[in-house]
Design a protein around this ligand. Structure first.
Ligand code: SF4
Length: 119
């Protein structure tokens, strides 16, 4: 069965936009809800090794949908486009969410809302 994957990207954890949330608390809560087949944390997806991470992660073709909680959705689409194109991942299957400036509870609620709107 094709899988739903979730990546939390947090600007190295030092950006003020991510200081209100407990990063590992968000991941733990999301795991407990069992709404994704896998979850992971990346410190900086929009640099070259982040792009490499996306290519390695998706190249096996097992991920059907990739949910990314990070920065501005339009920016995400632009920044990850080359990596998706390089391995033939359908860009429409990338579901981006902006979780900057949210508390742990707000971030978890936003992530659940994202999945409810894009099951
Ligand atoms: S993808 Fe967005 S959230 Fe992640 S490091 Fe880059 S700017 Fe920050």
């Amino acid at each position: 069965m094709k899988k739903k994957g979730f990546i939390l990207c947090v600007c190295q954890g030092t950006c003020p936009s991510f200081t209100k949330m407990d990063i590992f608390g968000v991941l733990s809560d999301v795991r407990r809800e069992k709404i994704f087949d896998y979850v992971c944390l990346h410190p900086q997806l929009c640099v070259s090794d982040g792009e490499e991470f996306l290519k390695v992660l998706l190249s096996g073709g097992e991920t059907e949908k990739l949910y990314v909680a990070a920065c501005d959705p339009q920016m995400q689409c632009k920044m990850f486009r080359d990596a998706f194109d390089a391995i033939g991942f359908d860009k429409a299957m990338h579901i981006p969410l902006d979780i900057r400036n949210k508390t742990t509870e707000e971030a978890v609620a936003a992530i659940k809302g994202m999945v409810a709107n894009n099951p």
